[in-house]
Design a protein around this ligand. Structure first.
Ligand code: SAM
Length: 274
């Protein structure tokens, strides 16, 4: 479908925009089911040729899609004329990272979701956006490289567990929905991908602010160091002050940051917030 739609317009996939179009219709259906289990509004990042947009339209009350590529934006405008005319689909052309997502998400009814087969070069920044907006997002269902999916679902004390894990799991419960082999895309990427489902937690495990960010950055910037050393200069505390605050937070400073659960980072961030 993608290949013939592109060919008919004399277009080729653009590598710089991370264009690997999803060919697996069943995977697209499952993403749509997970993103819009009960109608609502879905913000789709990078609709491409619409592989995911179509099943999303079948389930969500409203889809708002942001596509950077002007050629694909024009193609989608023609292919999806009907839902656009009916007000069920709103297309925007531009860089999703340069846009304010909040008015796009809140332009339609709740529940509100983010979905997309994300361009791999900007996956991290797109996920950061979802975390920043977590209080307005009920769920996010995204296709990412398998290695990123493993980091998102990681448990403490594993090599995949890191800053991204902590920030995302602070706000969301995360589950892997499916694995999509490289052959499920056109053109075929170098690596396999996976879909992860992020469901907003009623009670976040941690508050994403400067204190949490500084602690997480300190802990994972120097993974091999004990927390005593990794956090030595984070807030300009004396050794005694750091020890006292860690003790109150129930954290053993001889541990390494990669062993700390999200809740422990939050306990220490509370100490830093005073
Ligand atoms: N959703 C389609 C699918 O699954 O077949 C396309 C997915 S493809 C991996 C990523 C899409 O994101 C492409 O259509 C690409 O042009 C678009 N894209 C890349 N960078 C973008 C950006 N900064 N803002 C919005 N869209 C972007």
């Amino acid at each position: 479908m993608s290949a013939s739609l592109l060919r008919a317009r004399g277009l080729a996939p653009k590598k710089a925009l991370g264009q690997n179009f999803l060919l697996d219709a069943r995977a697209a259906e499952r993403i749509a089911e997970a993103a819009a289990p009960s109608g609502g509004t879905v913000l789709e990042i990078g609709p491409g040729t619409g592989a995911l947009t179509r099943p999303l339209l079948a389930r969500a009350g409203r889809v708002v899609a942001v596509e950077r590529d002007p050629d694909l934006f024009a193609l989608l405008g023609e292919e999806l004329k009907e839902p656009i005319a009916e007000g069920r689909l709103e297309l925007h052309q531009g860089d999703a990272l340069a846009m304010d997502w909040l008015p796009l998400l809140t332009s339609g009814p709740a529940p509100r979701a983010i979905a997309g087969n994300l361009p791999y070069l900007i996956t991290g920044r797109l996920l950061e956006r979802a975390v920043e907006l977590a209080e307005h997002v009920d769920r996010a269902v995204v296709m990412v490289q398998l290695e990123v999916a493993e980091r998102l679902v990681a448990e403490p004390s594993t090599k995949e567990y890191g800053a991204l894990t902590v920030f995302v799991q602070a706000a969301f419960d995360v589950e892997r929905l499916l694995v999509a082999k490289a052959g499920a895309f056109f053109p075929r990427p170098q690596v396999d991908s996976a879909v992860v489902v992020l469901v907003r937690r009623v009670a976040p495990r941690a508050k994403e602010d400067d204190a949490l960010r500084a602690l997480v950055k300190g802990a994972f910037g120097q993974r091999r160091k004990t927390l005593r050393n990794a956090w030595r200069n984070v807030f300009g505390w004396s050794t005694e002050e750091l020890a006292a605050r860690a003790a109150r937070a129930g954290i053993d400073l001889d541990r390494r940051g990669e062993t700390l659960a999200v809740e422990a980072f939050e306990a220490m961030a509370r100490e830093a917030r005073g």
